[in-house]
Design a protein around this ligand. Structure first.
Ligand code: FAD
Length: 559
């Protein structure tokens, strides 16, 4: 069942890989290719289980490309006294930083203390030091408390008349969709197989026990059956749909809440560091996070009952964020015209009677159905490794009970994720210098190398060797386009890119963070043409991919 791992996530070999699946039996079938499913695939495969994962859209197209993109201990959960949650995700943050330093990067965060704000001077100081303690925060990254003048010097754009002081602490920024794909690539190195655009439409039972799934490959319009000794439902916001299919939607159920982020040009909100601030007249807080040429802001938290695929920001969501931001940073006066992109995500939370969206717990839960289906929901991006460990522990226990098979314990705390093999995070700048020098003859700049390294880590060199080849063959296009093409080829060959959306939204985040560049260079047509040369794409599919992308491109600014 093992396959050449370099081919496992190649769109070029996808059809052949799918063809081999029909009627196979795996130890574990995972439904859902968000961070939860990806984490489970890595955990299971690294313990030696034969594992296959199915994702009905693209990997991370659900919630896992739509978060605030922070690997954090969840300071605000301390207010809800979720001490064990804060401790677990806080410790996970340190593990992730060690295992994936190329995509998990420290970011200084300012927490202004304001008049009548949700946190007072002493409670902020106390909360931040409890946070430091629980999450075993490194000495150099412990919180510091500051008076009004210093806080305003840190961030002169703050509404000065309400600021009483501030706390400085560290959060970690990531790219959720890239983290998901890097975890999947690592799982593939351990023998897991993963397929995007393959939907699980039904379960197969024998004697009332679930023994397999009916899968449908949307790319080749082809249905097939796959069998699994264990089946885990990690479908995020869709978890209850599958529990319903399994006739096991009883007891606890999901409560979806929508969270929106908007993106404005950095020069319109030129913050000196990220800020976590009170929303005026609401008992919530919001993030403002600078990232390269943009600053992103969010989020909202409202109960959601509409269709689950492709949630969008509404005018009300955007106005709420703009109003909250303009109050806290009065000089900037952001308007709808400043919004150059946005995204909306659905939190798959566990319902609790009488609690508002923001009060619902972010803890994960496992549901065990009589048929044997194991479902997992809730939780956070940050805690995905521990969630996976808990789910696979159940799988392992059951396999032992049923067949006396002993399987080793979780080892993922020591597994480097994707291209993250660096002695320490501090080694990354040296690596960037070294690669820039190595490829200097190709005319590539340090900034371009750094951009790749903070996405692909050590796989940057694979991309640059493709780039070398592209440069020789494609003298008709600019260096920027040659580099884009190399990145795209890498995506198609190693990260299962099949469409414009896969590449410009999930693999590279360009729709969110560099939308004006896409427009300026008519990037979508260039990309489509190139994908069509790498893969067999029917004219019908090409049309479909282009219109899918145009729809997304417009939706992110259409409120
Ligand atoms: P998803 O990513 O939704 O994955 C489930 C997948 O299952 C989907 O891709 C879906 O297409 C697939 N699927 C569904 N049905 C089927 C089927 N029948 N067959 C095959 N596939 C199927 N966490 C943090 O740690 N830090 C943050 O900063 C943070 N910010 C957030 C901000 C917002 C606005 C939101 C909404 C969440 C945030 N979170 C954050 C939480 C975090 O994003 C989620 O907990 C996490 O992404 C959930 O991942 P998942 O894999 O469970 O779900």
């Amino acid at each position: 069942m093992e396959m050449n791992t370099t081919r496992a996530l190649s769109s070029v070999h996808r059809a052949a890989n799918v063809a081999r699946l029909a009627d196979q039996t795996f130890d574990l079938i995972i439904i859902g290719g968000g961070i939860t499913g990806a984490g489970i695939a890595l955990d299971a495969a690294s313990r030696g289980l034969s594992t296959v994962l199915f994702e009905k859209q693209d990997f991370a197209a659900g919630t896992s490309s739509r978060s605030t993109k922070l690997i954090h201990g969840g300071l605000r959960y301390l207010k809800q006294l979720e001490v064990s949650l804060v401790r677990e995700v806080g410790l996970e943050r340190a593990t992730l930083y060690q295992n994936a330093p190329h995509i998990v990067r420290p970011k200084k965060m300012l927490l202004p203390i304001i008049k009548e704000g949700s946190l007072g001077k002493y409670s902020t100081s106390m909360a931040l030091s409890v946070y430091d303690y629980l999450a075993s925060v490194a000495r150099s990254e412990r919180r510091s408390m500051h008076d009004r003048e210093t806080t305003l010097a840190f961030e002169p754009l703050l509404r000065s008349e309400i600021v009483e002081g501030g706390g400085l602490y560290w959060e970690y920024q990531t790219d959720d969709a890239r983290l998901t794909i890097e975890v999947l690539k690592t799982a593939a190195n351990y023998g897991a197989q993963a397929f995007n655009y393959t939907e699980i439409q039904d379960f197969i039972y024998s004697k009332n026990k679930v023994i397999g799934v009916k899968a449908f490959d949307h790319i080749q319009a082809n249905g097939f059956n796959v069998y699994g000794k264990k089946i885990v439902n990690a479908a995020g916001p869709w978890v209850d749909d599958l529990r319903k299919k399994d006739n096991s939607l009883k007891g606890k159920y999901l409560h979806l809440t929508k969270g929106v982020h908007i993106v404005v040009p950095y020069e319109r909100l030129p913050l000196k560091q990220a800020v976590y601030f009170d929303v005026y007249n609401d008992k919530r807080m919001m993030f403002a996070i600078p990232k390269g040429n943009i600053t992103y802001l969010g989020t909202t938290d409202t109960t959601y009952t509409d269709q689950i695929e492709r949630p969008q920001a509404t005018l009300g969501d955007v106005q709420y964020i703009l109003k909250g931001t303009n109050y806290m940073f009065p000089e900037v006066d952001l308007t709808l015209k400043d919004v150059q992109s946005s995204w909306a995500g659905l939190r798959p939370l566990i319902h609790a009677e009488g609690k508002s969206p923001s009060e619902l717990s972010r803890k994960d839960e496992l549901f065990h159905s009589k048929s044997g289906l194991i479902s997992i929901a809730g939780g956070k991006l940050t805690g995905f490794r521990k969630m996976a460990e808990r789910a696979v522990d159940v799988v392992v226990k059951e396999l032992f009970k049923e067949s006396r098979r002993t399987i080793k314990e979780c080892i993922t705390d020591n597994i480097v994720i994707g291209g993250g093999k660096f002695k320490s995070p501090k080694a990354i700048p040296d690596y960037i210098d070294q690669v820039t020098q190595e490829y200097s003859e190709l005319g590539i700049q340090k900034e371009q190398v750094a951009h790749l390294v903070y996405k692909y880590g050590r796989y940057t060199k694979t991309i640059l060797s493709i780039f070398e080849d592209v440069q020789q063959k494609r003298t008709d296009i600019t260096l920027t386009k040659q580099l884009l093409l190399a990145e795209l080829q890498y995506g198609v060959q190693h990260e299962m890119v099949t469409s414009i959306c896969d590449f410009l939204i999930r693999r590279t985040g360009r729709l969110y963070f560099q939308r004006p560049d896409i427009e300026g260079e008519n990037m979508q047509s260039f990309i489509l043409k190139e994908i069509a040369q790498l893969l067999p794409l029917s004219p019908q599919k090409q049309k479909e991919y282009l219109s899918d992308f145009e729809e997304e491109f417009n939706a992110v600014v259409n409120f």
